[in-house]
Design a protein around this ligand. Structure first.
Ligand SMILES: *Cc1c(COP(=O)(O)O)cnc(C)c1O
Length: 345
């Protein structure tokens, strides 16, 4: 199987650690993190807890595990969580809410993949023997399937207020929270203040090879530590990978802006193409667009492949491109030429 595409737009998870990042990993001081004795893991957890104004944090092997631990940490069996129907916790975590937590889900269809205070209020279940208890709201910021869009601070405030008034917990799936923060202009602390917990991926745009971090209140994170262990996510000398996360937070946050710029450049090229019928407004590093009905995604993707470009279908007529650390300006230019001159309907 060919795995080395020159231009890999399939996801922002495909980045390779830079040599500086690898150096930080090699130098990392390590210990056994199951015994809380890995200083680098502790440093990473403290760094993110502090950034988001939370008491504590928990280093997890994946974003899926961080979300699933959060869901279990916030709920009891027979509870229910509310989310957008396009959200990762509903679409891509294999029904983990039921499997791990024994809860129900209410996936709500929204226009832009974003919940709001009214939708939440309207979907809180009455207290009846035959209904689950609405307990948790999960929002995704930025939204993956909705094309990388983000919540504004005002939208977050309204949601947070609604959750508080209704006694619901609010978890932010912040796999790409730094992409949101850079564009929406709020701070990590402001986001942290408005929710009960956030999961943050180090392995997406930040460019670390592995890892996600869950942040929240101290006592709650202690409970989550136990949940992480029962899921098999207690790691030993994890400082090796935590070091990559620390390096990423120190060096790869601001540069996300150039991923956003590249996505915008791609969007403006797509607007000129006759075989493209619709493009979701680009706001961060994700570009989702539709091909005209007569052009199959399979044919489009294999032609791209032929030119060393890798991307994925996202539904029947849709394609997704994701920009990241390993996509450089000259690749965007090359992509532009391929899209404009080489692709045949
Ligand atoms: C990638 C992603 C996750 C977590 O994915 P893992 O591959 O398990 O790390 C969670 N939520 C969103 C929105 C994502 O894009």
């Amino acid at each position: 199987m060919k795995v080395n595409y020159r231009i890999n737009l399939i996801s922002d998870t495909v980045t390779k650690p830079t040599s500086e990042m690898l150096h930080a990993m090699i130098k990392a001081e390590v210990g056994d993190d199951v015994f809380k004795e890995d200083p680098t893991v502790i440093q990473l957890e403290e760094k993110l807890a502090q950034l988001f104004g939370k008491e504590a944090a928990l280093f997890c092997p994946s974003g899926t595990m961080a979300n699933q631990i959060a869901i279990k940490g916030h709920t009891n069996p027979l509870d229910e969580l509310i989310c957008d129907s396009n959200s990762h916790v509903y679409q891509y975590e294999i029904g983990g809410y039921a499997f791990h937590s024994g809860i129900a889900i209410n996936p709500i269809q929204t226009a832009e993949g974003k919940l709001n205070d009214q939708l939440i209020a309207d979907n809180i279940k009455a207290s009846q023997d035959w209904l689950p208890n609405t307990k948790l709201v999960v929002i995704e910021n930025t939204g993956n399937r909705s094309g990388g869009n983000y919540y504004t601070l005002d939208e977050l405030k309204l949601i947070a207020n609604q959750c508080k008034t209704s006694g619901l917990k609010l978890h932010v799936d912040g796999a790409r929270i730094f992409n949101a923060i850079l564009e929406a202009g709020y701070t990590t602390n402001e986001v942290g203040d408005l929710c009960d917990s956030i999961s943050i991926c180090l392995s997406k745009g930040l460019g670390a090879p592995i890892g996600s971090v869950l942040v929240g209140p101290l006592e709650w994170i202690s409970k989550c530590r136990k949940i992480r262990k029962v899921m098999g996510g207690g790691m030993r000398q994890a400082g090796i990978i935590a070091a990559a996360g620390i390096y990423a937070l120190d060096h790869h946050v601001d540069r996300l802006k150039s991923d956003h710029l590249h996505a915008k450049q791609i969007e403006s090229v797509l607007k000129t193409l006759q075989y493209v019928s619709a493009i979701k407004p680009v706001s961060t590093n994700i570009v989702i667009f539709d091909l005209v009905n007569s052009f199959s995604t399979q044919s489009f993707l294999s032609q791209l492949n032929h030119h060393g470009i890798h991307a994925s279908a996202f539904g029947k007529h849709s394609i997704r491109f994701v920009t990241h650390l390993d996509i450089h300006e000259e690749m965007i230019q090359e992509l532009e030429i391929v899209l404009k001159e080489k692709i045949k309907m």
